[in-house]
Design a protein around this ligand. Structure first.
Ligand SMILES: [Fe+2]
Length: 422
């Protein structure tokens, strides 16, 4: 806006301030002239790609946006910074995406979002925390899969509410595939995922992988439009403190671009494994399982790669249930030498633990597990299971100790827990 326009606008405000009848309308007209119409906030801000010095903040508005900005500041510090982002049109709305750089590691910042100069959201409930740039910081993350069911069936708001109630806030979340039902369409993301999770996502970055339902729509035009993820967004890795996280795309159980993806997995593990105390792989499909899903051969074929490259945990969804199995070896045989009650382990050398956490927004009420674990799983390798309990897991890593608490999403009770100490 030019200086003369601004002056005229101010003069008009002063004149109209004595005229009570049209004051509000006039001020609105002035703002529209200066900045354009106030955009409608269609989706609350969400965080992605949180690194020691950068973060991506994204929100969605209607179609009349020309500029988006994030203002951010540290608590108790007067200095505020403003960063302008980019606008991406998709499905009749605008993604306002702002990448903030040159931040301090392991620091909490509060933020406000602006579109066309209008404050759309912000204040003390909107903050992000950059990741640490060392390998000594203890941290937490949550994980769940199979989340955004069609309304009104979905109960996705239940895990979201429990996560916001946790005394220790998770530093980020993992999405174990089947993020939005039935076909992973962008048009379903707001009502089925972002609305129930808006209080979580605005302060906690989320790293989802693609599931078979997400593959029912072209991921390039849907899943990849909704998220900002590392690498090619199908298979990628990121690190946090002393842990390496690898997300895989298991497509329909056969692995997306299988040869390339497996070669990438081997290469990534070879390069990265010596730098980290913990390696966690997550993907949508299970390998061996005792749930109502079949064993997926191409996931089981990865077991040898996992065991020979120090992978500690493999997390998946797909079955709408919770299942923790005894440690596997390279051939998928259970570990007969593991602890008797399976509540704590020492260093699981050449073995890993596989957990299904696929009751994020759906449960399978028709299926009943055989109490002897023999019906679907002849190995009897279940340690803990919860068939009709909506659930999510919270993992904490502190140095050489990893702990899981599995929560009932309705009651907030912890129904399974274990530790690994290296
Ligand atoms: Fe699935």
């Amino acid at each position: 806006m030019s200086k003369s326009t601004l002056f005229s606008a101010m003069l008009l405000v002063i004149l109209l301030s004595s005229c009570k009848v049209t004051h509000r309308q006039a001020v609105r007209s002035i703002l529209i002239e200066a900045y354009g119409e106030k955009p409608t906030l269609l989706r609350q801000p969400y965080l992605q790609m949180v690194r020691p010095t950068t973060v991506t903040v994204t929100w969605k508005t209607d179609t009349i946006v020309e500029k988006c900005q994030v203002e951010f500041y540290e608590a108790n510090k007067a200095k505020k910074s403003l960063v302008t982002g980019t606008l991406i049109s998709h499905e009749g709305s605008i993604f306002n995406e702002v990448v903030i750089k040159n931040l301090n590691p392991k620091t909490t910042y509060y933020y406000n979002i602006y579109s066309n100069g209008y404050l759309l959201a912000g204040g003390k409930d909107y903050y992000f925390k950059t990741s640490p740039n060392n390998t000594k910081t203890a941290f937490n993350f949550y994980a769940l899969g199979d989340i955004g069911d069609v309304l009104p069936k979905s109960f996705a708001k239940e895990p979201a509410n429990r996560i916001t109630e946790l005394k220790i806030k998770p530093d980020f979340g993992l999405g174990l595939g089947d993020i939005v039902y039935p076909k992973g369409e962008s048009s379903m993301y707001d009502s089925q995922l972002f609305k129930p999770f808006e209080k979580v996502f605005k302060n906690t970055p989320f790293y989802p992988v693609v599931g078979n339902h997400d593959w029912r729509s072209d991921p390039e035009k849907n899943f990849e439009k909704e998220w900002s993820l590392p690498g090619n967004e199908h298979y990628f890795y990121f690190t946090y403190s002393n842990a390496l996280f690898i997300g895989l795309d298991s497509h329909n159980g056969g692995l997306y671009n299988r040869e390339e993806q497996v070669a990438w997995l081997k290469e990534t593990l070879k390069e990265q494994k010596v730098k980290y105390d913990w390696i966690i792989v997550y993907l949508h499909h299970n390998g061996k399982t005792c749930t109502y899903k079949k064993d997926y051969e191409h996931v089981m074929n990865l077991y040898q790669i996992f065991t020979s490259n120090n992978v500690d945990l493999v997390l998946n969804g797909h079955a709408h249930t919770y299942e923790r199995l005894k440690p596997f070896d390279a051939n998928g045989n259970v570990d007969v030498n593991a602890s008797i009650d399976h509540s704590s382990y020492g260093h699981l050398k050449d073995r890993f633990i596989s957990i299904t956490i696929g009751a994020g927004g759906k449960i399978n009420e028709r299926w009943h597990a055989d109490p002897t674990n023999q019906k679907n799983c002849k190995d009897g390798n279940i340690v803990a299971h919860a068939e009709h309990v909506p659930s999510f897991g919270v993992f904490s890593i502190d140095g050489k100790t990893l702990k899981l608490n599995a929560y009932n999403s309705f009651t907030g009770e912890i129904f399974d827990t274990f530790t690994i100490e290296k």
